[in-house]
Design a protein around this ligand. Structure first.
Ligand SMILES: NC(=O)c1ccc[n+]([C@@H]2O[C@H](COP(=O)([O-])OP(=O)(O)OC[C@H]3O[C@@H](n4cnc5c(N)ncnc54)[C@H](O)[C@@H]3O)[C@@H](O)[C@H]2O)c1
Length: 278
């Protein structure tokens, strides 16, 4: 494969959401490190204790700073830490954060628990606004900096089992557009979301029927599902100077799934089962 070097040379950032080596954020951190970036890794204190983020920190020579992304106080401290650590502003931020207590507890959408729903929205969507607002007011990101959040096509289409996470992702993508406008206009900072294929991670495995979803999506995508490592390649490109005029976009990274209606294979299978019924 074509080898790219030093795409993020002299760039500093914050990466939220690496829990273990399956996490999309983990792959991004490894590739950002290979491309010459320096960064702080952040996650909740519980995730730091339960996961293996410290291994990643050792591997990439990064500092780990605990922060609950729903707490503006934690975020302020984290950004202050980053400005001090790098002796200047940062260049990129990855929001790779998602959690729904309703999904986790298997509560169906028709019986949703509203305090849980608020938590889903706060953790999976409002946290993105809180990160952007904190960075904006602290003027913590350099001109032409880049902020990326991970999303899923359930924001546009209903996928059984995704529950209130679909609503959270719709809000997340809207925040990228709304904040992207202001941040671009005032400080030339890019804000985008990357809509990734279903991926076997800890969060992904919480979605009911994930194995069938992975299989269905693999068959429906002309290029097949995109892996976490491939998502990381794309995100590195979005952090780099090669995408300086890309902002306020929801960018699909899903092997073509989001543009498909019916695949040839599905039509053949449908015809076959129809004939069997005759
Ligand atoms: N796995 C998939 O199928 C898939 C597909 C498309 C998009 N995504 C999105 O990718 C992102 C990363 O998920 P992943 O699949 O790598 O799973 P993951 O479980 O590895 O990552 C989710 C992360 O969110 C963190 N988190 C939860 N609550 C938090 C809080 N209050 N503050 C800070 N961090 C918190 C967790 O500790 C964890 O590190 C999520 O936004 C997810 O919705 C995942």
């Amino acid at each position: 494969m074509f080898e790219v070097k030093n795409l993020l040379n002299k760039k500093n950032g914050i990466i939220f959401g690496a829990l273990n080596d399956k996490s999309i954020a983990w792959q991004v951190a490894e590739k950002a490190n290979e491309q010459g970036a320096n960064f702080i890794l952040s996650n909740t204190d519980v995730a730091i204790r339960m996961g293996t983020i410290n291994e990643l920190a050792d591997k990439t020579g990064s500092k780990v700073v605990g922060a609950d992304a729903t707490s503006t106080g934690d975020l302020k401290k984290l950004f202050e830490d980053a400005l001090q650590e790098f002796d200047g502003k940062i260049d990129f931020v990855l929001h790779s954060i998602g959690m729904s207590p309703n999904v986790r507890k298997g509560i169906p959408y028709t019986d949703i628990n509203y305090p849980n729903f608020s938590k889903t929205l706060d953790i999976s969507a409002l946290s993105f606004h809180k990160i952007l607002q904190t960075a904006y007011h602290m003027d913590a990101i350099n001109e032409w900096g880049s902020v990326v959040a991970l999303t899923y096509v359930a924001a546009q289409r209903t996928l059984a089992g995704y529950n209130d996470m679909g609503d959270a992702k719709a809000l997340l993508e809207s925040i990228a557009r709304s904040f992207g406008y202001v941040y671009g206009r005032d400080k030339k900072v890019r804000v985008n979301t990357v809509s990734q294929s279903p991926t076997p991670t800890t969060a992904g495995s919480g979605v009911s029927g994930i194995d069938s979803l992975l299989d269905f999506s693999e068959r429906m995508s002309p290029l097949g599902n995109a892996t976490a490592s491939e998502a990381a390649d794309y995100i590195i490109l979005l952090f780099s100077d090669l995408t300086r005029k890309v902002t306020m976009q929801n960018l699909y990274h899903d092997g073509g799934f989001s543009s498909m209606g019916m695949s040839q294979r599905a039509i053949e299978q449908y015809n076959k089962s129809f004939e069997e019924c005759d």
